[in-house]
Design a protein around this ligand. Structure first.
Ligand code: 6R9
Length: 652
């Protein structure tokens, strides 16, 4: 990562001339957004329709013990009406969602705004009939099918708070979220086809619901028609109900600060926390970033490859694009099925203009060779984007040259579940790009780099440290569901007065930002967040495991892999079979993405005399960088380190 030596890629003249924001406009708008946030966001608030216009704009306190974040607080609106109804007159027959199924043999769907309206209203009426009303929680555990979008928007329409659980998560993870959010209904499907294989979603839900209150209802969408067991009274057939449900439904009037959704995400300690996003500010921010970052223009076909189970799917498949009246593509499958040309075939088939994906997918596809790309016509592409983790220069160059033909800007968007939308990214018509750099703050974002131990703000350039944000923006999370204290402790305690991102960053000599990765115990596996604490608690729940410690290590495709050190109960044999068993165990407890890549048997773990595991050391060993272990003098038993080094796992 060299500073100014990095090659830069300025926007093309055509892009700069036609983009919503060029360099001059960015400078002026950014300055205005910082000097007068109220004025700036008052104006941006007009992007969406309000049932009752707001008079207040920003009302925020970052003081520990008193953290409160409010935007547009006295305004009232409905998100579904903004994403659907307000477009009906002007673009009712325009495609809102293109749905591309798992198998290319099956037919794609083009769902117009009118159809989206009817389907969302049907789903909303069904939920109301099941007893869901304003403020109630609904869990969505669905494949990437249009019903996932209908379900989100139906909740928004009736004021219910949705919480999506990724279809790759286990019954245990699902049960924890149903119980954690005290949901009234779980919406699922019979099966989830992905990459040619069907996941038995309903069976997973059945298992999960054994651990939930028996008042929780289950609404089942037919996807494959696969066999499912049926619990009368609890289970409801969505397709049968939808056939008779009314296709209109009056949207609930919501306050700007009413919760829109909860999304569980991993942190450095404890179990995943429910990130709470609210209605008005979130929608303004999602809509604005979608339009400006991707330079979305009317008529463009936009594709974000994320799953709606992640925040990226919330803000940039559903809410942002639909608020803007866009055509958004929703893909059920995986990049490598039936083969490694699938992404590019979908781009060709639907003439995709903006394509947004994760570096891990690019690395995997790059490894398959260019022949999969070259047979596809990618001339419709105008802009490319990445999200989820830092992109390495090799993948960036491949993306730029082979996919983008050297003519498409790449927006490297840095943001988090907590931030609701992009916080840093180059803007395609305004900024020269540097491969691997998130470049510039979005409007209203005040990034600061702090010295990690003194919390002193590092001025000037270049500097490197902990990345915090000095002031609020409308898309910021408002709380942790049911635990405001945890919210304050996680994000506002370590660096008082700032929002602490958990990431490290560097500002180069030109003042451009580079994200250096997490500074806490969060591992980024294929762009997905995994708390080391979660994997560890799954491991120690196994009867043969006494203790476990988990760290990340560099992985060619996934970015980071999961490396576990496991101490067995006395008398247990460390066999290859047990290794397999533990791997399956963690997959079952959490889900396939948490599956340990490497498990090392550790007779002892390096601990301080107060019993704290020194992960720094374990990280170094996992990274094969044990020449630089640093100070080990505070260890209770320094000899365990030698054993761990000697028996470290081969990473290739
Ligand atoms: C949107 C999303 C957030 C964490 C974040 C950071 C990493 C995301 C990145 C990036 C470097 C980028 N991250 N985008 N790192 N460059 N463009 O990914 O949300 O799942 O909450 O993860 O992902 O470490 O803190 P989430």
């Amino acid at each position: 990562m060299s500073d100014t030596a990095a090659k830069t890629y300025p926007p093309s003249d055509a892009m700069a001339a036609n983009a919503h924001v060029d360099a001059t406009k960015y400078d002026a708008m950014y300055a205005a957004s910082i000097s007068d946030p109220d004025g700036f966001w008052r104006e941006q608030g007009a992007r969406i329709d309000w049932i009752k216009p707001f008079t207040q704009v920003k009302d925020v306190d970052f003081t520990l013990g008193n953290v409160s974040i409010n935007w547009y607080a006295d305004g009232q609106l409905n998100v579904a009406a903004n994403c659907i109804d307000r477009h009906l007159e002007t673009r009712g027959d325009q495609t809102a969602i293109i749905w591309e199924p798992d198998s290319p043999e099956d037919e794609a769907l083009h769902i117009t705004y009118k159809e989206l309206h009817a389907q969302t209203c049907k789903m909303a009426n069904i939920l109301r009939d099941l007893g869901v009303s304003k403020g109630d929680r609904v869990i969505i555990y669905l494949p990437m099918i249009p019903e996932a979008a209908y379900a989100m928007l139906a909740c928004a329409r009736i004021g219910a708070i949705h919480s999506i659980v990724f279809a790759g998560f286990s019954p245990d993870a699902l049960a924890a979220r149903v119980n954690g959010s005290e949901a009234k209904v779980v919406i699922t499907a019979d099966e989830a086809p992905r990459g040619g294989r069907n996941t038995p979603l309903k069976t997973n839900a059945d298992q999960a619901l054994l651990h939930c209150k028996d008042t929780v209802k289950c609404l089942v969408v037919k996807r494959t028609g696969g066999q499912t067991t049926w619990v009368d009274g609890r289970d409801h057939d969505y397709n049968a109900l939808a056939a008779d449900a009314a296709d209109t439904c009056t949207p609930e009037v919501m306050d700007a600060e009413d919760p829109l959704f909860i999304l569980y995400t991993s942190g450095s300690t404890g179990q995943p926390k429910g990130v709470v996003h609210t209605t008005g500010g979130y929608l303004v921010y999602a809509a604005m970033t979608h339009e400006v970052t991707f330079d979305y223009h009317d008529g463009d076909i936009y594709w974000c490859t994320a799953d709606v189970g992640w925040v990226t799917g919330h803000s940039y498949i559903v809410y942002g694009p639909l608020a803007n009246g866009a055509t958004t593509l929703m893909f059920e499958g995986v990049p490598t099925y039936p083969d490694a040309s699938r992404f590019w075939q979908v781009c060709e088939k639907h003439k995709v203009n903006q394509f947004y994906t994760a570096p891990t997918a690019l690395r995997a596809l790059m490894g398959q060779g260019n022949s999969f790309v070259e047979k596809c016509d990618l001339s419709s592409l105008k802009l490319l984007g990445t999200v989820g983790e830092p992109i390495n220069p090799e993948a960036w160059n491949w993306y730029n040259e082979i996919i983008g033909g050297g003519r498409c800007p790449i927006v490297d968007t840095w943001w988090q579940t907590e931030t609701g939308g992009h916080l840093m990214t180059p803007l395609p018509g305004a900024h020269a790009m540097k491969p691997g750099s998130a470049m510039k703050p979005f409007f209203g974002i005040k990034p600061v780099i702090l010295e990690p131990t003194t919390a002193e703000e590092l001025q000037g350039n270049p500097v490197e440290g902990v990345l915090c944000i000095a002031d609020s923006w409308p898309g910021q999370m408002r709380s942790v569901w049911g635990d405001h204290e945890r919210f304050e402790k996680t994000y506002f305690a370590d660096y008082p007065g700032y929002y602490f991102t958990g990431d490290g960053a560097k500002r180069d000599a030109d003042g451009d930002y580079w994200i250096t990765g997490r500074v806490d115990d969060v591992i980024n596996v294929s762009g997905h967040r995994m708390g080391t604490a979660e994997v560890e608690s799954a491991l120690v729940a196994h009867p043969k495991v006494a203790e476990a410690a988990t760290v990340g290590y560099p992985h060619d495709i996934k970015g980071q892999g999961i490396y576990c050190y496991v101490t067995l109960m006395g008398g247990q044999e460390p066999t290859e079979e047990l290794r397999k068993e533990l791997r399956t165990w963690v997959r079952t407890e959490i889900g396939p993405i948490a599956s340990p890549d490497l498990i090392q048997w550790a007779p002892g773990l390096p601990k301080t005399r107060s019993g704290k595991i020194m992960r720094r050391i374990l990280r170094k060993i996992a990274e094969d960088d044990f020449g630089a272990l640093g100070d080990t003098s505070t260890l209770a038993d320094p000899s365990v380190v030698d054993d761990l080094i000697e028996n470290r796992m081969n990473r290739s």
